[in-house]
Design a binder for this molecule. Structure first.
Ligand code: HPA
Length: 262
């Protein structure tokens, strides 16, 4: 059973030429995931890939069925989830093409179902550290190994989209401590935590956030920057996969312990 899962974001709908073993269409209690899961062999390691927005990018961030996607990974045996996403840069040190291994999240989304536990059972999972420390360490070590400069921490503010933000919103998010802005880390990260799956994100800065530089934000620049970054991203991802140890020693694996009420 593949233990490593990969979620591709905007501009990442498939993996680089790696061996495709099979495709799985997974049915879940929450409905259909974004796409079929591709079971791959990457340098001898089995991994499962899913395109978050569907292979033809037909699903906007607020319509992604995050619960089905995470449930599908879990049902395929995944316990480590490596997520990729496009973000706007608020931190003025960041330029398009830069990569951030975020360590914190501010959730500004609305109307997205953000728990598996909304029926009979009540769970409050610890989310003080929203990203798995072991996956973050693997990303940082992999970046050094492939000589790719990355920002090794940063706060990801997740907006609902699908529109980009106003200048005032970005100014506000800056004041409250955000470094990058994206539309998909939530509820993906917390659902992975509830599923006791380790979750880490490689955020690629595709544009200056609204008002950080002048000019209109376009989806074209987002996709163009991701395409330009794809060689770096793939190198980072493949190296990180090779660094992930079989045993987990992080708190993610016990996320539900002491989290249940009653
Ligand atoms: N805002 C929100 N999400 C994004 C952005 C942005 O500027 N760029 C890429 N994803």
């Amino acid at each position: 059973m593949p233990a490593i899962g990969i979620i591709g974001g905007s501009g990442v709908y498939r993996m680089p030429p790696v061996e495709l073993i099979r495709e799985e269409a997974v049915d879940t209690p929450y409905g259909a995931p974004s796409d079929t899961y591709k079971i791959l062999k990457i340098s001898g390691i089995e991994a499962v890939f899913l395109a978050r927005h569907g292979s033809g990018h037909t699903i906007p961030p607020h319509k992604v069925n995050y619960r089905a996607n995470i449930w599908g990974f879990k049902s395929l045996g995944v316990n480590r989830l490596l997520s990729m996403g496009a973000v706007g840069g608020l931190n003025t040190l960041l330029w398009p093409g830069d990569i951030v291994v975020a360590d914190q999240i501010i959730d500004m989304t609305t109307g997205r179902t953000s728990t598996f536990y909304d029926k009979d059972e009540v769970y409050h999972v610890d989310f003080s550290e929203p990203f798995c420390p072991e996956l973050r360490a693997a990303f940082i070590e992999a970046a050094a190994a492939v000589e790719l400069p990355v920002l090794t921490r940063g706060t990801y503010v997740c907006t609902n989209g699908p529109r980009f933000e106003t200048r005032a919103e970005i100014r506000y998010y800056s004041i409250i401590g955000a470094d990058v802005v994206g539309m998909t880390a939530m509820p993906e990260a917390v659902l992975a935590r509830e599923a006791e799956i380790c979750y880490g994100t490689i955020a690629t800065v595709t544009n200056f956030a609204a008002g950080i530089s002048t000019g209109k934000l376009t989806t074209t620049e987002v996709i163009e920057t991701i395409n330009k970054s794809s060689i770096n991203l793939n190198a980072l991802l493949l190296r990180a996969i090779s660094l992930i140890k079989a045993q987990r020693h992080c708190p993610c694996k016990d996320a539900l312990k002491d989290a249940k009420l009653g």
